[in-house]
Design a protein around this ligand. Structure first.
Ligand SMILES: [Zn+2]
Length: 105
């Protein structure tokens, strides 16, 4: 009976190792500090939706935005109008050359 228990334990350990190896081979692990995640959550809670009027400056005073862009020949070929303030996370509308023409009229 003792040898049967030993074989069962050995098989369970071998299956466990195979499952863990398969899991590690299939997924990436991302380890983040709790403080970083909590800062991002605080930033998102204070973020505003300012979309509608094209702007160069966020209400927090920042001029840095995250913009989704497409590149061609080493230059920005086009960009999406929705952008996110890099400081406070507020949503805003990116300015375009057409907006400048409307302001000049
Ligand atoms: Zn901002």
């Amino acid at each position: 009976m003792n040898w049967l228990t030993n074989i069962a334990v050995f098989l369970l350990i071998a299956i466990g190792i195979l499952v863990i190896r398969n899991f590690i081979g299939k997924y990436y692990f991302l380890i983040l500090e709790k403080e970083e995640i909590e800062e991002d959550m605080d930033q998102q809670e204070s973020a505003l939706d300012l979309r509608g009027t094209p702007t160069h400056v966020c209400v927090c005073g920042s001029q840095h935005f995250y913009v989704r862009a497409i590149f061609q020949d080493y230059e920005i070929a086009t960009y999406f109008l929705d952008m996110i303030c890099a400081e406070c996370g507020s949503l805003a509308t990116a300015p375009t050359p057409l907006d400048r023409e409307e302001m000049d009229q």
